[in-house]
Design a protein around this ligand. Structure first.
Ligand SMILES: CC(C)(COP(=O)(O)OP(=O)(O)OC[C@H]1O[C@@H](n2cnc3c(N)ncnc32)[C@H](O[C@H]2O[C@H](COP(=O)(O)OP(=O)(O)OP(=O)(O)O)[C@@H](O)[C@H]2O)[C@@H]1O)[C@@H](O)C(=O)NCCC(=O)NCCS
Ligand code: ADE
Length: 334
């Protein structure tokens, strides 16, 4: 059982140190994602990919503005925080991000994912110090999965009519809807029924619109299910590459391509529709099938793909966020 933090002052100092350590891991994960190159369509230290509104400086500013948020999540997670507490911190963090970036959405998905995982890590440190602990993703699923699913259902009730039911929508015209791959849609959440608002009256985000329109799970589905794409796809690719003595950037690129080949990335759907998502998946799958970062001239090939994504104005922001999640989980779980 979680003890109320106020009743346990002896724990205050170690918990603060723990929260600061987790904050640092979250910041390093975001900066590690930013440093990773080539990652098709995305911002890095080399260029801004398919973005006119942000560059590396914008992403660094955003990351620094989130430091306190990650620490707070870890701290309240150690005290058994409810989802509403995390959500309030998340909304405030989104506002800080927007102030730091002059209104550009740099890290909305990362705020959601890494906030939950920092809270899970805080909880794990407080509860499972000696025993074999569940994974951080499993803690997120068990503690907050139902609330995340409920938030998503609420959005469906509040929201606009899903565009997949709109007569003008391609899915209605062609009578088909893409199927989410295994692991990107938990049983508790039916992406197809999701509507395009946040459930709080806020304007629908690009991601939630795309989720509703194309019937895919998106960020909330990932989190509610305990991040299956990270545990089953990204982490194995990352760890296998490290074990084959890939350099850190090489291993991150391999994990990134594994995500790109698999994820229902709502940013790709928003920018490129179903064709954009399919194009990204096929290219990533071919890259990996040809040896990924272990093939000859892998950098040239990945850079060519980066340029091709730029030409098509595609930006896989969801894969970027989950790469950061992969780096965080790897560092925090050891
Ligand atoms: C509940 C929230 C998570 C809101 O989610 P939302 O309803 O917006 O929809 P999602 O598609 O689920 O995506 C949120 C962001 O997560 C990233 N993402 C996308 N696909 C996936 C996926 N399959 N799995 C995991 N994560 C995914 C993605 O974030 C990145 O892209 C962002 C850039 O996006 P955007 O500005 O829309 O796109 P651009 O192309 O750049 O725009 P233009 O240039 O064309 O104009 C960037 O931020 C990356 O992080 C998705 O965007 C959540 O917001 C939440 O709960 N927040 C906590 C606070 C809260 O509860 N608020 C109330 C909300 S209900
Ligand atoms: N490197 C990146 N480029 C574009 N959008 C992002 N969202 C999160 N990381 C990103």
């Amino acid at each position: 059982m979680t003890r109320p933090c106020a009743a346990d002052p002896a724990q205050a100092r170690p918990r603060q140190a723990q929260a600061q350590a987790l904050r640092n891991l979250a910041v390093q994960a975001l900066l590690g994602e930013l440093r990773t190159y080539p990652k098709p369509g995305l911002v890095s230290l080399v260029d801004s990919g398919s973005h006119r509104d942000m560059d590396a400086t914008t992403l660094v500013r955003s990351t620094l503005a989130l430091r306190r948020y990650f620490e707070d999540c870890a701290r309240v997670g150690a005290c058994g925080a409810a989802f509403d507490t995390l959500k309030a911190l998340g909304i405030a963090a989104e506002q800080r991000m927007l102030r730091a970036t002059h209104g550009v959405n740099t890290h909305r998905g990362a705020i959601f994912h890494l906030g939950l995982l920092a809270a899970a890590a805080g909880h794990r440190a407080a509860q499972h110090a000696a025993a074999p602990a569940p994974s951080l993703g499993e803690i997120v699923r068990r503690r907050w999965g139902a609330d995340i699913a409920a938030q998503r259902r609420l959005a469906a009730i509040d929201g606009n009519r899903p565009a997949a039911l709109d007569d003008n929508h391609p899915a209605a015209i062609h009578g088909s809807r893409p199927t989410a791959p295994d692991g990107n849609r938990p049983a508790a959440i039916d992406g197809a029924s999701a509507a395009a608002t946040c459930g709080n009256g806020a304007a629908p985000s690009h991601g939630s619109r795309a989720s509703a329109r194309y019937g895919v799970g998106g960020a909330q589905a990932q989190a509610a299910a305990g991040f299956p794409s990270v545990y089953r796809v990204a982490l194995p690719a990352y760890r296998a590459a490290l074990a084959r003595s890939a350099a850190p950037n090489q291993a991150r690129v391999q994990a990134f391509f594994a995500l790109l080949g698999h994820l229902d990335d709502t940013n790709l759907l928003h920018r490129g529709g179903r064709e954009g998502l399919a194009y990204a998946r096929v290219q990533a799958t071919r890259f990996l099938a040809d040896g990924g970062v272990f093939q000859a001239r892998w950098q040239r090939r990945a850079t060519d793909l980066h340029l091709a994504f730029r030409e098509r104005w595609l930006s896989p922001g969801g894969s970027a966020d989950l790469l950061a999640v992969c780096l965080f989980v790897h560092a925090a779980e050891g």
